[in-house]
Design a protein around this ligand. Structure first.
Ligand SMILES: [Zn+2]
Length: 270
């Protein structure tokens, strides 16, 4: 019975992270929102129970707009996950945010459309607060550990989330910069807000893989191609794995954030 098993942490990210788990068990789960992106690996990292979902599927066959976001978060919820660490490749909209840097975003701007982005679209209506969508306690731990590890990172950054799968035009990129976004990504929304609707802490460890179109122009470099993004992410994988393991080992058991209280005053009909 897959549902009888539990994990404290959830990781959603690229398939290269499997090998972080010690002796993983594979779970074929189903939820009322459908099946998650792929089999879920359940194992341990740094002594803690971890459930891992490859966001785009093991063979990277799911595009950002077709990711079963609701099923992924619900599957982790069913496993008892209390905290999610999401990893993401992001583009930079600021010349000071350079490829290889880590980013722990604290805000997002949603520019996606057509995604199923709530669990409360029938029977019960809930308006969950997302003023601070990312877990502040986890972000604090990540910044502190990044300091100890001497990693170059940026916190308190806004990520703009776009549908993809294409990259931005120069005009779009210039617009995103003008509205305050520092990085750009295709998958943070609605992953982060669905986690909030389930009261699960969510944090993102993003790695900058490229400069977005408008910044390339400013820096006089060539437009980004997927192979460059993929190569940059792979290059940083060992650093990422070691950092995730440290963070999992450092987050205090006791929650000192409000992520878990998200539904307290959110329902229209109690
Ligand atoms: Zn939290």
């Amino acid at each position: 019975m897959a549902e009888a098993r539990t994990a404290e942490f959830g990781i959603i990210g690229g398939s290269g992270l499997y090998e972080m788990l010690d002796n993983p068990e594979e779970l074929d789960m189903d939820t009322e929102y459908g099946k998650p992106s792929d089999l879920i690996s359940l194992g341990k990292i740094n002594g803690k129970g971890v459930a891992f979902i490859p966001r785009h599927g093991r063979k990277h066959t799911i595009t950002p707009q077709n990711i079963p976001y609701r099923a992924n978060i619900e599957a982790l919820n069913k496993l008892g996950v209390k905290r999610i660490i999401a990893t993401s490749a992001v583009g930079s909209l600021n010349p000071a945010f350079i490829p290889g840097d880590f980013v722990f975003p604290d805000q997002f701007i949603n520019m996606t459309s057509g995604r199923q982005d709530t669990y409360y679209d029938k029977d019960r209506v809930a308006h969950v607060s997302t003023s601070d969508p990312y877990c502040t306690q986890m972000a604090f731990v990540e910044s502190k550990q990044a300091d100890f590890a001497n990693l170059k990172y940026h916190d308190k950054a806004t990520v703009v989330v776009v549908n993809g799968p294409r990259f931005s035009t120069r005009a779009e990129s210039t617009f995103f910069k003008s509205i305050g976004a520092k990085i750009i990504n295709m998958t943070q929304y609605p992953e982060v807000t669905l986690a909030r609707e389930r009261g699960i802490c969510y944090s993102c460890i993003a790695i900058i893989t490229d400069f977005d179109a408008g910044v390339e122009e400013e820096l006089g470099i060539k437009p980004v191609e997927y192979k460059d993004v993929s190569a940059k992410f792979k290059e940083n994988m060992p650093k990422l794995k070691s950092f995730i393991s440290t963070v999992i080992g450092s987050v205090p058991e006791e929650k000192k954030c409000s992520c878990g209280n998200s539904l307290e005053n959110a329902f229209v009909n109690v």
